[in-house]
Design a protein around this ligand. Structure first.
Ligand code: UDP
Length: 408
């Protein structure tokens, strides 16, 4: 029988994109942490940017000799309904933070703390769902809280409640400086990044792209305008559809909205249902978990929208830009750090503006091509996973024996 060879992506594979020197520098930094045992904890194994980054980043860590694991907490539907409300409130929404909600939240986390045995050299807890885990362990190394949410205007009451947990950590990682909160704990800022070798991001052949689109009966006779995002109000799917409808008064095109629902998000199904009524021959709304389809759509699109009204980072923006496709993104959060408006894409604050740029991009092939090239180059320079790996290595190498962080 033929033996199958399994392989994971290594830092050396990135050499064509990042150069030999960077590869060697990363490997040197990694050697200092050789045989460390690290664990990441979050609340969903798929759907959404956090799971996307963790699935590739944890493997890349292992490829440099650092034993890095990934655990996902479990919870009942009422737990996830509460944590989704908390998520929304951290992004500026309202919450009625009752004793009952706090009790369910803390009880479920206590149960998860019993079930997991976090005796690692470094523990990284992602987002608010597993945040109180820290209450139930004696530390054996630094604990880090990595919050991926747009924290520019969190509900004060909720933030005050979370602060008691957050300040037990030895470091906090936020996405942007503008999400900074007043804390005793040292803060650092990391922007997420993409894996250029994954099924979602690797270069597909024309044949592969056409096969995927055909499989889902997506017509390619007219230019494709695409938005890929979880079914979530913050992503403004209605706004994206409105922008498309305005644009098609002037140019013929097809709109595809591809979405999914994360396992920790009970609101997704409702948002999806509410969008079904918008379906038309040229407005295609799909709900599938298929990374190759995401890739095919982002590659084939003439323009990708990410019309969010709040966005921690917006991995979908970097993913589309990596394929040389110009993105029209909401002028919010992390999208602003990826798109330089007018150069490698467009930032917009209204449906009308989005429609205007859809029309321009469909009409002007030259503009599309130059923007697309710039978009790809900016992702190569700033948003590949090796950059994020190196930031984590620097952080892990900066803790002193008492877990104090010394930022140089
Ligand atoms: N995604 C997907 N299928 C979908 C919708 C989204 O695979 O139908 C992926 C998308 O490609 C990206 C991630 O989910 O990798 C979303 O991350 P982002 O940072 O854009 O937003 P989040 O969902 O974390 O708010």
């Amino acid at each position: 029988m033929e033996e199958k060879h399994y392989k994971i992506v290594t830092v050396e594979d990135y050499e064509p994109y990042i150069g030999k020197e960077t590869v060697e520098r990363i490997m040197r930094k990694a050697r200092k942490l050789k045989d460390f045992h690290i664990v990441n904890v979050n609340s969903t194994y798929y759907g959404g940017g956090v799971a996307e980054v963790l699935s590739s980043l944890t493997l890349l860590f292992n490829s440099v000799g650092i034993k890095t694991g990934w655990r996902v907490i479990q919870g009942s539907p009422d737990f996830f309904s509460i944590t989704k409300k908390m998520h929304n409130a951290l992004q500026g929404g309202k919450i009625n933070l009752t004793k009952r909600k706090k009790q369910i939240y803390e009880d479920v986390i206590y149960e998860n703390a019993i079930r997991n045995h976090l005796e690692h050299d470094i523990v990284v807890i992602h987002d608010p769902q597993p945040l109180p885990m820290i209450n139930h362990y004696r530390k054996r190394g630094p604990w880090i809280w990595r919050c991926h949410i747009d924290l520019s205007n969190p509900n004060r009451n909720l933030w005050y409640y979370f602060k008691q947990f957050v300040e037990k950590y030895d470091a906090v990682i936020l996405t942007l400086e503008e999400y900074k909160q007043k804390l005793e704990t040292p803060l650092v800022f990391f922007l997420p990044a993409i894996n250029p070798f994954s099924i979602k991001n690797r270069k597909l052949t024309e044949k592969e792209i056409d096969e995927r689109l055909k499989h889902y009966a997506i017509p390619t006779d007219l230019p494709l305008v695409v938005q890929v995002s979880r079914f979530d109000r913050w992503k403004d799917p209605e706004g994206a559809i409105k922008a498309f409808k305005l644009a098609r008064r002037e140019v013929d095109c097809t709109f595809v909205l591809l979405g999914n629902v994360a396992t920790d998000d009970p609101e997704g199904a409702e948002v999806y249902e509410s969008l079904i009524k918008c379906k038309e021959e040229r407005i295609i709304i799909l709900s599938y978990q298929d990374s190759a389809l995401v890739n095919a759509l982002q590659s084939k699109a003439v323009v990708v929208l990410q019309k969010s009204i709040r966005e921690g980072f917006g991995l979908t923006v970097a993913e589309a830009m990596w394929k040389g496709t110009p993105v029209i993104g909401g002028n919010v959060g992390g999208i602003r750090y990826q798109i330089k408006s007018g150069a490698n894409g467009f930032l917009v604050s209204s449906v009308e503006e989005a429609a205007k740029w859809i029309i321009q991009l469909i009409k002007n092939k030259k503009l599309r091509e130059t923007m697309g090239q710039k978009a790809k180059e900016s992702v190569r320079k700033r948003f590949l996973l090796t950059r994020l790996l190196e930031q984590y290595l620097d952080l892990f190498n900066s803790f002193e024996t008492n877990y104090k962080l010394v930022i140089k």
